[in-house]
Design a protein around this ligand. Structure first.
Ligand code: NDP
Length: 297
């Protein structure tokens, strides 16, 4: 019994964090409506019929509804041409009452991600992927931060408060997670190492890290040999294993050795959606020249 309680106290509960954060965002959205007589509005484009994407979009739409945010769902067939998709984005860029535009990934193979990312107005870029917003993040300027790293950052700040001087290891260098995460941690005065598939002696490096952000996409890749005692582990990975979801971290090993760890599901996932709502409301205030009292990035 003692052991179970001990383990529970080690779990970083992303669901609880996201619930509290969403309550706050919902208040901000309500204030926006009081000021402008309309809700902040998020447009979500889904191309094709990828089942996981459909579930993600459904969750985003439901969360928006619960958070005083209007959502518009645009469903396009998997054969939609790149040109038609870009035209849809340009149309939304010019819609006065649309504050944020999200194109659900992955895209069908015939559509270039880069073109899509570049076509979304930086002022409506809720994902923070546009080069202008991404560049500002690298420069340490105020910007729109990609949702998943922002959610990881949020939980780390709640758990550790001051991150100064910690050695943080980010495993994965994608534009969506690894690279923006690195920038956030540098700004927090961490000593940051970024690793990827070509890194050598990863377990050795990892064993020295105070914080591990695992964004690899390999089920339970991070095992006891990678984990330093008393470290904090944020598991970004979502992998389907024998019909159940597992992260990039072997959870039982992390529970035994680390100080804190996020579970999968129930860790980074809920915070990612909360941060999407946050970015939508933030952009809504900004676009309408309303003062947005920063509650985080
Ligand atoms: P990518 O596939 O774009 O990137 C994976 C990264 O991991 C790459 O940089 C790759 O290196 C690195 N990598 C792969 N194998 C190894 C290895 N053996 N050792 C070290 N590094 C390795 O994935 P994403 O960043 O988009 O996503 C990562 C994971 O996070 C996935 O499981 C994804 O489903 C999940 N995810 C979860 C989200 C959430 O809301 N919880 C949101 C976004 C993603 P290289 O660059 O050399 O190829």
């Amino acid at each position: 019994m003692m052991g179970i309680n001990n383990n529970e106290s080690k779990i970083i509960n992303g669901k609880n964090y996201s619930r509290d954060f969403l309550t706050h965002i919902s208040d901000l959205a309500q204030k926006f409506e009081n000021l402008l007589n309309r809700k902040p509005c998020l447009a979500v484009i889904l191309i094709g019929d990828n089942n996981a994407s459909k579930i993600y979009v459904k969750n985003k739409i439901l969360t928006a509804k619960d958070t005083n945010i209007k959502s518009i769902e645009i469903l396009l067939s998997k054969n939609t041409s790149e040109c038609d998709l870009l035209n849809e984005i340009y149309r939304l860029n010019n819609e006065e009452k649309v504050d944020g535009i999200l194109v659900q990934l992955p895209l069908p193979n015939h559509i270039q991600l880069e073109k899509v990312v570049n076509s979304i107005s930086p002022k409506k870029d809720v994902d923070g992927f546009h080069p202008q917003n991404f560049g500002n993040l690298m420069l340490g300027n105020d910007t729109v931060v990609p949702c998943t790293p922002l959610g990881c950052w949020y939980m780390l700040k709640k758990e550790l408060n001051d991150l100064t001087g910690y050695h943080a290891l980010v495993i994965g260098r994608s534009n969506i997670v690894g690279k923006p995460m690195q920038s956030l941690l540098i700004k927090e005065n961490c000593t940051v190492t970024i690793a990827h598939s070509k890194s050598k002696r990863l377990a050795e490096i990892s064993k020295k890290a105070d914080i591990i952000i695992a964004a690899i996409g390999r089920p339970e890749f991070i095992t006891r040999e990678f984990i330093k005692s008393n470290s904090v582990i944020i598991d970004v990975g979502i992998n389907r294993n024998d019909k159940k979801l597992v992260g990039d971290v072997k959870f039982e090993d992390a529970l035994k050795i680390a100080k804190k760890v996020t579970p999968v599901p129930g860790g980074v996932g809920p915070m990612t959606i909360a941060c999407l709502m946050y970015n939508t409301v933030k952009l809504a205030y900004r676009r309408n020249n309303q003062m947005f009292k920063e509650i985080l990035y």
